[in-house]
Design a protein around this ligand. Sequence first.
Ligand SMILES: [Cu+2]
Length: 183
Amino acid sequence: MKKNAISILSAAVVFLSFNILLSSCGGGETAESATGNKEKPKSMIADEQPPIEVSEDGSTVTVRLTGDDMMKYNLNKIEVKEGQKVKLTLTHIGKMPIEAMGHNFVLLKPETTIEAFANEAALAKDNGYIPESQKDNIIVHTDMVGGGQSTSIEFNAPAKGSYKFMCSFPAHYVNMQGDFVVN
Ligand SMILES: [Cu+2]
C-alpha cells in the first residue's frame, strides 16, 4: 500500500512539473513574437527615423530635434549646407507642462553671446521668452512647446559659418544649446 502511494505521488509530481514546463514554454513563445519585427510598436519605428535627413536631390534637410523633461536636446550639433532649405521639427518628448519645462529652438546670429541673450529672454515670459530687445540677434526661432507637443519651422540655411542654437526658457540654455554649422 505504502509503495503504491509513493508512486502515485511521484507520478503526480512528474505530471505537475510537465505542465509547468509546458506553460512556461508557451509564455516564452508569446513574449518572443511580441518583440518580433512584425509586432513592432509605432513609437519604435518613429525612433528609427534619423534626426537629420537630407532629401534625395540635396535641396532640403529635415531636422528632427527633441527636448525632454531632463532639459536635454537630442542633438548638440546640426550640420547643413549653404542654400539648403531646413525643415526643423521640435518635439517635446517629455510630459511636463510648458510652464515648468517649456522648450523652443532659437538660432542666434554669430556675434550674439548666448548668456546675454538668455538673460534678456528670461525676462520676456509674456512674449514666449523671445525678448523684443534681442530680436535683431535672432535668425529664426520656433514656438515654445510643452510635454507631448510639437512645432515646425522652415527656413533657408544662412551663410556658411558656425552659429549657436539654444532654448530660451529660463536657465535652459546651460544644458540646451548646440552648434548649427553651415558648410
Ligand atoms: Cu527648454
